[in-house]
Write a protein that binds this ligand. Structure first.
Ligand SMILES: Nc1ncnc2c1ncn2[C@@H]1O[C@H](COP(=O)(O)OP(=O)(O)OP(=O)(O)O)[C@@H](O)[C@H]1O
Ligand SMILES: [Mg+2]
Length: 275
């Protein structure tokens, strides 16, 4: 008997319809994340990683996008059957997401502190003073120095790495059980990238936040994740614990992804793959 997973995605299918036909962006995907677990979802561009993440939070947005099948069990309850109101409660509070293009997720016209206070007050019944204290704590959690000064900064006054830390602080402000991080380091240089990945690992250890890490980078998976699911054309072609999949990739597609990492980043910390 295993404990109930935190997230159990069963047969998820998300399609886009247009006059040119149907795009089966996610086409029968199964995976689970244990409480406090870290799953890497890896695959090339267009394989359906972001659509999977957005489907979980029901944030697909466009009218032609629809989850046409499957279940998304979170704490054993199917998110696909929840009311919109219940989903608003869950988003940000129980499940948070750091979006692929995070610069657009911070409002350029509001101070960092005000954005943190807003999300905290949206989900937690606390007054303004307490919310500010929690906002400071959220910035400390992501190692932003001089939180007082940073709170009054506008997003453009921060470096790319700091903005990404703020995004993570926003996502963690309400201590969710699950963080969906969609390519959170793509726009950053290698050193900052590593710092952010290590920060997520630290958050996972210290707060027990489970993470769905969406990336095309096997180096990130090797550094952070315990389990991995390899996506291709809307399906998971291979999954398992990271050490095994990295060492003994079974699917040719996985081997291809791994060898391209090795080719691209010969000096980076990439997994050693035995021949
Ligand atoms: N709004 C949309 N309308 C139609 N098709 C879409 C829409 N959004 C995504 N798709 C299609 O769904 C598929 C999966 O897209 P998705 O964004 O999930 O890929 P991804 O794995 O996240 O890629 P990347 O690594 O580039 O972020 C792609 O074929 C994409 O063209
Ligand atoms: Mg994506």
């Amino acid at each position: 008997m295993t404990a109930q997973p935190l997230l159990d995605v069963v047969g998820l299918r998300t399609h886009f319809s247009s006059e040119h036909g149907t795009v089966k962006a996610v086409d029968g995907v199964d995976f689970r994340i244990e409480p406090g677990g870290i799953l890497g979802m890896v695959g090339e561009s267009g394989s359906g990683k972001s659509v999977t993440g957005l489907s979980i939070l029901r944030l697909l947005g466009s009218r032609n996008a629809r989850v046409v099948g499957g279940q998304i069990l979170f704490h054993g309850e199917d998110l696909l059957t929840k009311s919109d109101r219940a989903m608003r409660e869950i988003r940000g509070k129980k499940i948070s997401m750091v979006f692929q293009n995070s610069m657009t997720a911070l409002d350029p016209f509001f101070r960092v502190g005000d954005q943190l206070v807003e999300i905290i007050r949206l989900h937690q019944r606390v007054g303004g003073r307490e919310a500010r204290i929690r906002a400071h704590e959220a910035l400390e959690l992501v190692h932003i120095p001089e939180t007082g000064r940073r709170m009054s900064n506008y997003p453009h006054q921060l470096s790319g790495g700091q903005r990404q830390r703020v995004m993570i602080a926003l996502a963690l402000a309400c201590r969710p059980d699950l963080l969906i991080a969609d390519e959170p380091t793509t726009a950053l240089d290698a050193t900052v990238q590593k710092q952010i990945i290590d920060l997520l690992g630290e958050v996972n250890r210290e707060l027990g936040t489970a993470i769905l890490m969406i990336t095309h980078d096997f180096g990130v998976v090797a550094r952070l994740c315990r389990t991995v699911a390899v996506m291709r054309a809307g399906r998971i072609v291979e999954s398992g614990d990271v050490a095994t999949v990295l060492r003994f990739p079974e699917h040719p597609y996985t081997r291809g992804l791994l060898s391209s990492v090795l080719r691209m980043r010969p000096t980076a910390e990439v997994p050693r793959v035995s021949a």
